[in-house]
Design a protein around this ligand. Structure first.
Ligand SMILES: Cc1ncc(C[n+]2csc(CCOP(=O)(O)OP(=O)(O)O)c2C)c(N)n1
Ligand SMILES: [Mg+2]
Length: 358
C-alpha cells in the first residue's frame, strides 16, 4: 500500500511464507502483551507500562534482522525484540513485577527489560543515553574484530538530546558496525514532532554526519525489514553505520500514566499514518495465500494461552531476597557495606547491628 510522501514499499524481501507469517505472529504477540499489561496496570497489578501499539511493524521488522549474536540497545518500546530472541515470557512479566523472575532482581523500573544471554541491554531511563552506549559497543566489536552488529534505538524526541549528536558523530567517524534506528512515532510524550525539529524528518540529519539515512514507512513491516537489511549488510561488511527513520504513530498514551486526549486530536493526523500495521500485513498475507481465518484464529489462541500461562507463573513468584541489595557490585564488599548489610539483615545471629564503623 503506497503512502503519500513515502516510497512505495511492499516489495517483499526474500523470505519464505512461514517466515512472513512468523513476523505477523510476533506483531500480534506484542500487541497482545500490550493489551494484557494495560489491563493489569489498570487493575493495580503492575505499576507502570509503556505501550507499543501501532509500532509493531517497526519493532518486529527491524528487530527480526538482527542475528542472535548482535547486540540490541533499545529505547522504551522495543521490549518485544527480547521476546523474539527467545526470552521466556514469564520472565518478561517477572520484570514488571520486579520479583525473582526478573533478571535484574527488581533493581530497575518496570519496562526496563534486560538479558545478557540474549544480548539485550536494559534501556536507560534518561532518553538517548543508550545510543552512545550502542556506538561504543559497536566500536569495541570493531576493535576486537568481532563479527557483530549493534542496533541502537531512539525515539524522535531522543534526537534532540546531546547524546544523539555524540553517537551519530562518533559512529560515522569511526565507521562502526551500528544500525541506528529512530522510531519516529510523532510524539515525545505531549510534544509533537513538528515542535521537536525544524528539519524534514530525522533521516536527513544523517547526511551532515556522513552516513546514509533511510526514511521508511514504519507501518509496513516488509519495508522495515528491507531497510534494516540494507543497513545491517553495510555495517557487517565494514561500510559503517546507517540511520534509519521508521515513520510510525504512537496509537496509545506515552505510558500508562498518560492521557493523550489532553493534548492531541487524531482527526488532524493523515490517515496513512494511522494505518494499523497488523491489519495491513494481515491483508498482504491473506492476499498472498499465506494466512486464512482458521490459521489466524489458531495463532491468536496460542498467543493468548502463552501469555496467560506466563502471567500465572510470574505473578505469584517470590519477592527478591533483601540480601540481594548488597550483591553483584563488589567481589569483596567494603566494611561500610558489610555494616549496612548487618544492620538490615543481621549477622546471622538474628540480632540486627546498628553501629556503622565510620
Ligand atoms: C534526559 C531525559 N529527559 C526527559 C525525560 C522524560 N521523558 C521520558 S520519555 C520522553 C519522551 C521520549 O520521546 P521519544 O524519544 O520520541 O520516544 P517515545 O516515548 O515516543 O518512544 C521524555 C521527555 C527523560 N526520561 N530523560
Ligand atoms: Mg516519540
Amino acid at each position: 500500500m503506497p503512502v503519500a510522501g513515502l516510497p512505495a514499499t511492499e516489495a517483499a524481501p526474500k523470505l519464505a511464507p512461514e517466515r512472513l507469517v512468523d513476523l505477523w505472529r510476533w506483531m500480534v504477540f506484542i500487541r497482545a502483551i500490550d493489551e494484557k499489561m494495560l489491563m493489569m496496570q489498570r487493575q493495580g497489578r503492575i505499576a507502570f507500562f509503556g505501550p507499543s501499539a501501532g509500532q509493531e511493524a517497526a519493532i518486529v521488522g527491524s528487530g527480526s534482522v538482527a542475528r542472535a549474536s548482535d547486540w540490541i540497545f533499545p529505547a522504551l518500546r522495543e521490549g518485544g525484540i527480547l521476546l523474539m530472541r527467545g526470552f521466556p515470557v514469564a520472565r518478561y512479566f517477572g520484570q514488571m513485577f520486579g520479583n525473582v523472575l526478573d533478571t535484574q532482581k527488581g533493581r530497575q523500573m518496570p519496562m526496563h527489560f534486560s538479558s545478557g544471554a540474549h544480548r539485550f541491554v536494559s534501556l536507560s531511563s534518561p532518553i538517548a543515553t543508550q545510543l552512545p552506549q550502542a556506538v561504543g559497543a559497536a566500536w569495541a566489536a570493531k576493535i576486537r574484530g568481532e563479527d557483530t552488529v549493534t542496533f541502537g534505538y531512539i525515539g524522535d524526541g531522543g534526537t534532540s538530546e546531546n547524546d544523539f549528536h555524540s553517537a551519530m558523530n562518533f559512529a560515522a567517524v569511526g565507521r562502526v558496525p551500528c544500525v541506528i534506528v529512530c522510531q519516529n512515532n510523532q510524539w515525545a510524550i505531549s510534544v509533537p514532532f513538528s515542535a521537536q525539529t525544524a528539519s524534514d524528518g530525522v533521516a536527513v540529519k544523517a547526511a551532515a554526519y556522513g552516513m546514509p539515512g533511510l526514511r521508511v514507512d514504519g507501518n509496513d513491516v516488509l519495508a522495515c525489514v528491507n531497510a534494516t537489511n540494507e543497513a545491517f549488510e553495510r555495517a557487517r561488511s565494514g561500510g559503517g553505520p546507517t540511520l534509519i527513520e521508521l515513520v510510525t504513530y504512537r496509537r496509545g498514551g506515552h505510558s500508562s500514566s498518560d492521557d493523550p486526549t489532553r493534548y492531541r486530536d487524531e482527526s488532524k493526523v493523515p490517515a496513512w499514518l494511522l494505518v494499523d500495521p497488523i491489519a495491513r500485513f494481515r491483508e498482504y498475507l491473506a492476499k498472498s495465500g499465506f494466512l486464512d481465518d482458521a490459521r489466524e484464529a489458531a495463532i491468536r489462541a496460542d498467543i493468548k494461552d502463552a501469555i496467560d500461562a506466563a502471567v500465572r507463573e510470574a505473578e505469584p513468584a517470590a519477592q527478591v531476597a533483601v540480601d540481594t541489595l548488597f550483591t553483584d557490585v563488589y567481589g569483596h564488599p567494603p566494611a561500610t557495606l558489610r555494616a549496612q548489610r548487618a544492620e538490615v539483615i543481621g549477622d546471622g545471629s538474628g540480632k540486627a547491628e546498628g553501629a556503622f564503623p565510620l
